[in-house]
Write a protein that binds this ligand. Structure first.
Ligand SMILES: [Zn+2]
Length: 346
């Protein structure tokens, strides 16, 4: 398996965030990048630095005012307060009050969904590199069948106009739009992260050219709380092209794998010809999120299933947090995928 990465992933290092009302050490640590890269290397995969794609493919997914905000926020920090260590909101826009304010502090709350996405001095470089990693993998998958992008920070909670859930640029959505536009075909996204891919759903909710499926822990008592339910099926031209498969908390391998098999059937029925996998590994039994109980053996079977089609497939790293078996779980998914496709094919 070709593995794309960038050391710029290390440039974003958040310290704390709020989970269930309490400030705790941030889960989305630079050490994730090092651990996952080391796992891919020791498993013998073909490691390559990501290329540079610029802003244009990202503009297919995010609004121009959001991208300008991400680019300029750090340099405008003194408008909030001199000496700020990071930029975070103090207020949030709501559906009933959503005018766009001129001042940067108002824009921060407009463009952030929660307190987990602080902007630091080099956050913009890190999130642009993360998008480049996904695009490099998508480009390789189009030419050679499949590839894995070791993206950090993750992306699937980032919507058209907002960061949230550790995510800034929706790398999965950027890769899906790139595959759609390059191959001129309908693309499927299968999100197997333990959290609902609310950002990706938001980006493509009214589209029929990208089918979005998310398999995740029931959001009624789990982030992102306000989306991820089975009755969200798309709107206008996108009606019928969004599928949410919320699973009972504590579900293990069999339920998870059945959902992935069903997601693949759904994509097949909807005429998908290329695939992006939002590869969260936080459904693991050892993940600090603790909502699902997928084993390393289950992740191998998951990789086998995801590799069982003939579609060009881009695997995009999403969540999955530090544990004893995080690296083993990545090896399992990539190994399972390669066992279905044949490792020489890509
Ligand atoms: Zn997650």
């Amino acid at each position: 398996m070709k593995v794309f990465h960038s050391p710029a992933s290390l440039l974003h290092a958040p310290v704390t965030y709020f989970r269930r009302g309490k400030a705790i050490p941030h889960l989305e640590q630079p050490a994730r990048y090092e651990l996952l890269l080391n796992a891919a290397f020791t498993a013998g995969h073909d490691i390559e630095l990501a290329g540079v794609f610029g802003i244009e493919p990202i503009q297919k997914v995010h609004s121009s005012r959001y991208l300008s905000f991400l680019k300029e926020a750090w340099d405008r920090r003194s408008e909030i307060e001199p000496g700020l260590e990071h930029i975070l909101p103090s207020h949030f826009k709501r559906p009933e009050m959503d005018q766009y304010p001129k001042h940067i502090i108002g824009q921060v709350g407009f463009h952030m969904a929660d307190l987990s996405t602080p902007i630091h001095e080099r956050t913009y470089e890190a999130v642009m590199a993360s998008s480049d990693i996904a695009l490099s993998a998508a480009k390789h998958a189009i030419a050679h069948g499949h590839a894995y992008g070791l993206c950090r920070p993750p992306g699937h909670h980032a919507s058209v106009e907002s960061a949230g859930g550790f995510c800034f640029i929706n790398n999965t959505a950027v890769a899906a739009a790139y595959m759609r536009d390059t191959l001129n075909c309908r693309v499927g996204v299968i999100d197997i992260d333990v959290h609902h891919g609310n950002g990706t759903q938001n980006v493509f909710y009214s589209n029929e050219d990208v089918v979005t499926v998310s398999i995740h822990a029931d959001p009624s008592n789990f982030m992102p709380y306000y989306a991820g339910y089975a009755d969200e099926t798309g709107v206008s031209a996108g009606l019928g092209y969004n599928l949410n498969l919320p699973l009972p908390h504590g579900s293990g391998d069999q339920i998870y794998l059945n959902a992935i098999a069903y997601a693949l059937e759904f994509c097949q029925r909807q005429g998908v010809e290329a695939l992006v996998v939002a590869l969260g590994l936080d459904a693991s039994e050892e993940d600090p999120n603790g909502a699902l109980a997928v084993t390393t053996r289950g992740f191998f079977a998951c990789g086998q299933l995801l590799g069982s089609t003939k579609w060009p497939t881009t695997l995009v790293q999403e969540g999955g947090y530090l544990s004893e078996i995080l690296g083993e779980n990545l090896k399992a998914v990539l190994g399972g995928f390669d066992s279905s496709r044949g490792s020489l094919a890509g």
